[in-house]
Design a binder for this molecule. Sequence first.
Ligand code: FPP
Length: 235
Amino acid sequence: MNTKNEKTVDDRLKHIAFIMDGNGRWAKKRGMPRSFGHKHGAKAFRNVVEYCGKIGIKHVTVYAFSTENWGRPQGEIDSIIELLDKYIDECAQNMEKYDVRLRFIGDMTPFDDKLKAKIKSIEEMTKDKSLILDVALNYGGRAEIVNACNRLIKEGKTNITEDDISRTLYTAGAPDPDLIVRTAGEMRLSNFLMWQSAYSEFYFTDTLWPDMGPADVDLAVEEFYKRKRRFGKVL
Ligand code: FPP
């Protein structure tokens, strides 16, 4: 499928979100430290994002670091943040080559000022690029909803609507994910895009994230087009 890199998706599939799971298992199978798995996970991430752009996806979201991931060993946390930092630099240095609008969703407050400034700068630098890439960093779906409610309280709202919540989430203005892909055989959402996934289709694969590539994306896309999305209605 799609050997000529033709655009293969239409408006039904604008947004794919990925839960990039299995880096640790991939490394363990090779007798290597978990950070080795993340390093290869970051390679797969580049490959997958590039391919999504090629087939006409307009919006990609990846779960890079959850609010729960702080419970991991410091060395592992540092290795993930370092990979992200490196990716930001790479985007900044390849502005003509990369057509990616990089944005970060989550609570950035715990990160140092240098990283926060880099994030702000890359978001500004890439704001006219086509493929939107939202990287969920220190992200938790519950925390996001609580944060939205607190913002609405500050606004003085007493009667909250669904639109009010949507416009105060980190993802305000973005379309909900049409398809959520989780690798490594786990079949759960793990606090990812809880509000936004209300009508998303889910695709689970046993492929470990570092092995993820165009062929697996093709399979997920193929499966998506077999689904009948009714959004609660009778069609
Ligand atoms: C889950 O696998 C993966 C993560 C918590 C980190 C994901 C991060 C990357 C792919 C690198 C980020 C870099 C960029 C540039 C986006 P796991 O470690 O929980 O795997 P396991 O379940 O097999 O232990």
